[in-house]
Design a protein around this ligand. Structure first.
Ligand SMILES: C[S@@+](CC[C@H](N)C(=O)[O-])C[C@H]1O[C@@H](n2cnc3c(N)ncnc32)[C@H](O)[C@@H]1O
Length: 149
């Protein structure tokens, strides 16, 4: 069972790392709880996911792909499952920063190799990627990527 505080904890981390960002894409945002937590901290957020039932937040009811036009200055993803890789690739393509809390891999890798793989992917694509952790149980490690100068 994922920690219910994860959205508030992650929103705090995001605003600490990216105080200048105003427009976030929240990828694989489920019901929109992270969107609400970031919106309450002053960001303009659009959530991408395919759920019919979701909270009253800005919501694009579709899967996020590399073809999505770029209307953000930051990408975030909490436990984004199959969308994790595309967040890193999209951030590199548009030279935007990202913060993600990965969980399941899209290729059968277990957690630690998957985290390493994502960090290496970001580095190969021209991003500096650092890792930290949210103070919670479960999948709590965060990858923070920033376009290299
Ligand atoms: C484990 S749930 C996490 C939901 C939410 N972020 C949370 O922490 O409760 C993973 C979500 O990823 C969504 N998802 C997977 N691939 C996606 C994609 N390409 N674009 C948007 N959402 C995607 C699924 O629909 C699902 O809601």
């Amino acid at each position: 069972m994922a920690d219910k505080r994860r959205f508030e904890l992650f929103a705090d981390l995001v605003t600490r790392h990216f105080p200048g960002c105003r427009h976030a894409f929240d990828i694989a945002g489920g019901q929109g709880k992270l969107n609400a937590a970031l919106t309450s901290r002053g960001l303009d957020v659009l959530t991408f996911d395919k759920r019919w039932k979701h909270d009253d937040v800005n919501y694009a009811q579709r899967l996020f792909t590399l073809d999505e036009p770029c209307g953000c200055d930051l990408l975030v993803g909490m436990h984004p499952d199959g969308a994790t890789r595309v967040i890193v690739e999209y951030a590199a393509k548009h030279r935007r920063p990202f913060a993600i809390v990965p969980c399941c891999s899209d290729n059968g890798m277990s957690y630690k190799p998957w985290m390493r793989h994502l960090a290496e992917l970001g580095q190969q694509l021209g991003l500096d990627v650092a890792e930290e952790a949210l103070p919670m149980q479960g999948r709590a490690r965060v990858l923070v990527g920033k376009p290299r100068d």
